[in-house]
Design a protein around this ligand. Structure first.
Ligand code: FES
Length: 128
């Protein structure tokens, strides 16, 4: 079933829009005028991907920065831990951070599901 996501002019190049139909959540992406749709939930730990930047076809998760190619849904990288720069985090957080990092690296990053997109009469539609 095709669902209306937006009007073609509403989503500028580099824009990402969250669209939902029942339990299915999709991120519609404008890559230089071509539209793609992928699962909205990150393949690592389910962060909402429309909150992350889209640079060309590469969508970066806002939580641990895994990058996905929205044309294929492929995960292109692993999670990246937070950067504290020259500062060391407080001791309780350091201990928590070590445990968190060990767990994060055991969580597999899955590729994203992709969805067909078409533009009809200026309306972007996604096949859910
Ligand atoms: S939730 Fe997206 S990279 Fe961890």
């Amino acid at each position: 079933m095709w669902i209306e996501a937006c009007r073609e002019g509403e989503l500028a190049p580099g824009g990402v829009k969250y669209v939902r139909d029942g339990e299915v959540e999709v991120a519609v992406c404008n890559v230089d005028g071509s539209f793609y749709a992928v699962s909205r939930r990150c393949g690592h730990m389910n962060a909402p991907l429309e909150q992350g930047p889209l640079d060309g076809p590469y969508l970066t998760c806002p939580l641990h920065h895994v990058q996905f190619d929205v044309r294929t849904g492929e995960a292109l990288s692993n999670p990246i831990d937070h950067d504290y720069g020259d500062q060391r985090p407080p001791e309780p957080y350091r201990r928590f951070g070590k445990v968190q990092m060990r767990l994060e690296w055991k969580v597999r990053v899955h590729d994203l599901a992709t969805y067909a997109v078409r533009v009809r009469d200026g309306v972007v539609e996604v096949e859910m």
